[in-house]
Design a protein around this ligand. Structure first.
Ligand code: ACM
Length: 647
């Protein structure tokens, strides 16, 4: 300011202008200095990370030098930096380039690992493989300001990257995401988008649930009816299993399928993202779409089959023992034609998907129609099968032989253990971890995806504020999962996977809302060392990543800001509500008088007495004095329903 007064004042106007200019200059300078480089908040947490003091500011001219094997990554870096930083990035052969990706021989880095050093000289990556280089680039992106993911140049941003030294390898080779494209269909572009999002978090297996009762989604050239008939159903919107049963003559306007050219395109795209796609053909149950095309493959060939539109046809009440199908949705294991058709289907798929595994489903087979079938009874006599589980096991063994004849390995849901596991089968454990543990003890490979921790179709927050699905699952619980059960040899556990069933997911934005941010927890459990597990640190990082998802316009749930609301009922018949934060640093404000809460309402500090006549409890979360998350309106009926009796 002293400088200002020493300027000779020719007139007041000049003085004011000079003052304005200098002030703007000072503000700009101070702002630039005060913007810190992006915090280090890598998801998944690297296996070894050291954070240095300071950050590397991207220069105005950025040179990028990559080994031949990493050329595609070099191009991505070049495109991204030019798209958003306002700096001039060029691909170069210079040995002292600003950004260097070097292919090295270093077995410690393995098939997917990388080393990343950011210091005053620039950014230097070492990797043995394309996958390692790809993941190094993902880490660099996460170290940049979130605007790196954007699509417009922003020169105001301090394009600086914190000094780090990272040496990073995955804990598990299988870091999976299952996408159900049968219940609702997603386009090739949407599947690619999900693969982009998977790769950001170093997920590398896309389990593609291609068939179910509600749609057959892959072209099989020798069996065109599978998609002509099986890919289409009556269009209904509503709560799954409560949908009005369509009449046979109603037009079937909802559906779609992937042509074999589409599949080739997806497989090629997956390769660029280090993703293997595993196709699933869900048999012998979940086969209504298959049977709509070929009713003769069921035990009730005269039934007028159509692709199920979400209407109820199974009595699930015997879930853990026996479920009962009111319409038989099973293939008939006694029919030669069933195996002939499966041979054609898996044969064509084997040529399309290079991955070593194919998935045959095997879950939730209602056996009541097999029990009634004379043909199945004859099969049991002939093959000495003592019960329906052994019938299913017989079926699975035959499917395994078909897959092996195509050079593939079989994977199935954990029901394939029942009646005896096929000789080489891998198991995907979904009904808890018991099946996985049992299969691993029998020395079979296992992927863990228990519904208790890894089912992404379950809502993430307060039940009364979320969509209609089967159950709830907080991200904290997903994060707490340990894929290797006690007493099991880790070498049989291939990894961890999140499953996203799409019964209630009409479009890609709904799908993303269910996936994120929980898929980050699946990814960190699958990639990071067990010893680095730290929920509070992870939750903070997730909050930071919301800015990335916002920049990419990816829909996600902010349910971590919803309190976990539980209630108790004491012996005097009094209800009390309790609230717990999933993440630290939240304040909960509530009303029970029907008014809308804000930060002047009751501040939650302990159990809230809920008098009998209350109709609704409303809750809003605040963080740093600002409302955040959803307004919860929890009806008294729901508070009562969830009450735990205390003595
Ligand atoms: C499953 O959730 N039925 C595998």
């Amino acid at each position: 300011m002293g400088f200002l007064f020493s300027v000779p004042l020719r007139n007041e106007k000049i003085m004011i202008m000079t003052f304005k200019k200098i002030s703007l200059f000072l503000i700009a300078a101070l702002t630039t200095c005060s913007i810190q480089a992006q915090q280090v908040q890598l998801i998944p947490e690297p296996s070894a990370l050291q954070i240095g003091n300071g950050s590397f500011k991207l220069p105005n001219a950025i040179s990028i030098q990559v080994s031949t094997a990493f050329e595609e990554i070099g191009k991505s870096i070049h495109t991204r930096l030019n798209a958003v930083t306002g700096k001039k990035a060029v691909l170069s052969n210079q040995k002292n380039a600003t950004i260097r990706f070097e292919q090295v021989q270093d077995n410690i880095l393995g098939k997917e690992g990388y080393q990343l050093i950011v210091n005053e000289k620039g950014i230097h990556v070492k990797a043995q493989t394309y996958a390692g280089a790809l993941y190094a680039w993902q880490s660099i992106l996460q170290l940049c300001p979130p605007a790196i993911y954007g699509n417009q140049i922003d020169k105001q941003i301090n394009w600086a990257i914190p000094y780090v030294q990272i040496s990073d390898v995955p804990r598990f080779e299988w870091r999976g995401f299952m996408m159900d494209v049968s219940r609702h269909f997603f386009t090739v572009a949407e599947v690619k988008k999900m693969m982009d999002e998977m790769a950001m978090y170093k997920l590398n297996r896309l389990h593609f649930h291609l068939t179910d009762d509600n749609g057959w989604r892959v072209e099989i050239k020798a069996l065109p009816k599978l998609t002509e008939v099986g890919a289409w159903r009556v269009n209904r919107i509503g709560k799954w299993h409560n949908i009005t049963k369509p009449a046979l003559e109603e037009p079937k306007t909802y559906g779609g399928f992937y042509t074999q050219e589409d599949i080739k395109e997806l497989v090629a795209y997956a390769k660029t993202k280090n993703i293997e796609i595993m196709p699933e053909i869900d048999v012998p149950g979940h086969s209504m779409a298959f049977l709509a095309a070929y009713p003769q493959l069921s035990t009730t060939p005269n039934y007028p089959y159509q692709v199920n539109a979400g209407d109820d046809f199974i009595d699930w009440s015997g879930m853990n023992g026996h479920i009962t199908a009111k319409i038989d949705n099973n293939l008939d294991p006694s029919k030669k034609e069933v195996y002939e058709k499966l041979d054609i289907i898996f044969g064509e798929l084997a040529t399309l998907f290079p991955f070593e595994y194919m998935h045959m489903g095997g879950d939730e087979t209602a056996k009541n129609n097999w029990e009634k079938s004379e043909d199945v009874k004859a099969l049991m006599l002939k093959e000495n099968l003592k019960n329906q589980d052994e019938v299913q096991s017989y079926f699975v063994r035959r499917v395994e032989k078909i897959m092996q004849s195509k050079g593939k390995k079989l994977m199935g849901w954990d029901e394939i253990l029942e009646g005896g596991l096929a000789p080489e089968a891998a198991v995907m454990s979904w009904r808890g971890i018991k099946g996985g543990a049992e299969a691993a003890k029998q020395k079979h490979p296992v992927v863990m995806s228990p519904s208790s921790h890894n089912y992404l179709d379950y809502y993430q927050g307060e039940a009364t504020a979320e969509g209609a699905v089967y159950a709830g699952l907080r991200m904290k619980k997903t994060y707490s999962f340990e894929p290797v059960p006690e007493g099991v040899d880790e070498k049989y556990i291939l990894g961890n996977q999140g499953n996203l069933w799409s019964e209630q997911l009409q479009n890609i934005r709904n799908l993303e809302y269910m996936a994120w941010p929980r898929l980050m927890a699946i990814a960190e459990v699958a990639w990071s060392p067990k010893s680095s597990k730290d929920w509070n640190k992870f939750a903070k990082k997730v909050e930071g990543h919301f800015a990335i998802l916002d920049t990419l316009k990816i829909k996600y749930a902010k349910s971590i800001y919803d309190p976990i609301v539980t209630t108790t009922l004491n012996t005097k018949g009094e209800y009390f509500a309790n609230m717990e934060g999933e993440v630290a640093g939240l304040d909960f404000y509530y009303t029970i008088d029907e008014s809308m809460p804000d930060n002047y309402s009751n501040h939650y500090s302990g159990p809230v007495s809920i008098p009998e006549d209350v109709t609704v409890m409303r809750v809003i979360s605040y963080q740093n004095g600002k409302p955040i998350g959803k307004l919860l309106n929890i009806p008294m009926s729901s508070l009562k329903q969830r009450a735990v009796k205390v003595l």
